[in-house]
Design a protein around this ligand. Structure first.
Ligand SMILES: [Zn+2]
Length: 60
């Protein structure tokens, strides 16, 4: 479980998982935007490993 803390005063605001959330700190009044960061989707393409069996397709 993850702790969500105020970015200003570091007060604990909530516990758990948040995908996309705005929560106001009752102590200092700062609005904290929380977003899930550790999602390892997207951005992991196969490293440039393309077999180039593309021999002279343009005629000649
Ligand atoms: Zn705060």
């Amino acid at each position: 479980m993850r702790e969500i803390r105020c970015g200003k005063c570091n007060r604990l605001l909530a516990k758990g998982e948040a995908l996309d959330l705005a929560i106001k700190c009752p102590r200092c009044g700062a609005i904290n935007h929380v977003r899930a960061t550790s999602l390892n989707s997207e951005g992991s393409r196969a490293p440039g490993k393309e077999p180039s069996h593309d021999k002279n397709r343009q005629g000649l």
